[in-house]
Design a protein around this ligand. Structure first.
Ligand code: ATP
Ligand code: MG
Ligand code: FE
Length: 333
């Protein structure tokens, strides 16, 4: 069974061909990062227009790389939310046209759920149940995945998403956009104990998160140093900020695993590419005899292979979307 996946929820135009739910035949990703860089973030209108230019060539490239044609495709999976509505509509309209034209099933995919499925692409042995920490540019969810398509939300962020905190902090430090990868790299040269930024653990039994405090603490530090005419060591600030965010993410994820009696922890979303998050979680989970899984960096951030995988698992359960499916910008998990 070949699935064509399409993803256009934000600033990556991506198409992929999957054989079954786990075998990648192609996964073409065209990032618009360079285009949005000078604005310090994604400009929705520019993103939509670029998706329109890219979508057909990217789909063609995905088919060519996989060595197949549209005639060989059995179903189509597409992100219909959450994301930028104009961006989503480009992928969704294209997917609907292909599904209608070829008379093949359409499966609308929740982008956040899709991030989890990136994990199945590289580890054929992996299967639910497990605890999953989804940390992306717009979302921070701690979930218990009971089975394919079955999720119990254990905790969410009450303000900024983890990736958003990385991006905003990078901006304050003058490191450009997107901030996550730059902070990750720079932090390796800094001292994580240089600054004691706040760790928001919230109520003792809460698995929710809050990252606006640490972001503000960095801003206040930078401003007060500026006033005093003193230089900050950017690497030390980056390392201390990252440590504050990662410690809370790891601690709460381990608590979630304990609470659900889960033997496996899975990371998903762009921030899952963070080397300190991966490292600290591995180290601490190892001591508790818990398994940890995470995708390669390229599969952590937005891509259509994860969307095709998620679509396939819904397809085998008999789920289909109507051609009247609409984009839902604020779709929840
Ligand atoms: P969402 O999935 O919530 O709709 P998105 O699709 O924009 O948002 P992703 O593509 O999953 O988000 O991830 C992008 C985010 O991941 C950005 O905030 C980026 O800074 C962050 N990120 C990427 N690499 C790293 C890294 N190595 N360390 C920390 N953060 C990272
Ligand atoms: Mg992106
Ligand atoms: Fe994403």
């Amino acid at each position: 069974h070949l699935t064509l996946g399409i993803e256009t929820s934000c600033d990556e135009t991506s198409a992929a061909v999957l054989d079954g739910g786990k075998k990648i035949l192609s996964n073409v990703i065209s990032s618009q990062v360079e285009l949005h860089k000078k604005y310090g973030g994604v400009v929705p209108e520019i993103a939509s227009r670029k998706h329109i230019e890219n979508i057909i060539p990217i789909i063609q490239e995905a088919l060519d790389t996989a060595g197949v044609t549209l005639n060989d495709i059995n179903s189509i999976g597409v992100t219909y939310g959450p994301g930028l509505v104009g961006a989503l509509l480009v992928g969704l309209s294209t997917a609907k046209a292909v599904a209608y034209g070829r008379n093949i099933p359409l499966i609308g995919v929740n982008h956040i759920e899709g991030h989890i499925y990136a994990n199945f692409l590289e580890d054929p042995e992996l299967a639910p149940p497990f605890v999953c920490l989804i940390v992306s540019g717009g979302h921070t969810h701690l979930v218990y995945m009971k089975d394919y398509g079955e999720y119990e939300i254990l905790g969410i962020t009450r303000d900024d998403a983890a990736g958003e905190a990385f991006d905003k902090t990078a901006r304050v430090l003058g490191l450009g956009y997107p901030g996550g990868p730059v902070i990750d790299k720079l932090a390796a040269e800094g001292n994580p104990e240089a600054y004691a930024f706040p760790r928001a653990y919230l109520e003792p039994d809460s698995l929710d998160f809050s990252f606006s405090g640490v972001k503000t603490a960095v801003l206040n530090l930078i401003n007060s140093m500026k006033q005093k005419g003193r230089e900050v060591n950017t690497a030390d600030v980056a390392a201390s900020f990252q440590e504050a965010v990662v410690e809370v993410l790891v601690e709460k994820t381990l608590r979630a695993a304990e609470r659900k009696n889960a033997g496996t922890i899975v990371l998903a979303g762009g921030v899952a590419a963070n080397s300190r998050l991966r490292g600290l979680l591995m180290e601490r989970a190892d001591r508790m005899d818990l398994k940890v899984r995470y995708p390669s960096p390229v599969l952590c951030t937005d891509n259509a292979a994860m969307i095709a995988s998620c679509a396939y698992f819904h397809y085998v359960k008999g789920e289909r979307s109507a051609l009247s499916l609409n984009a839902v910008a604020n779709l929840g998990l």
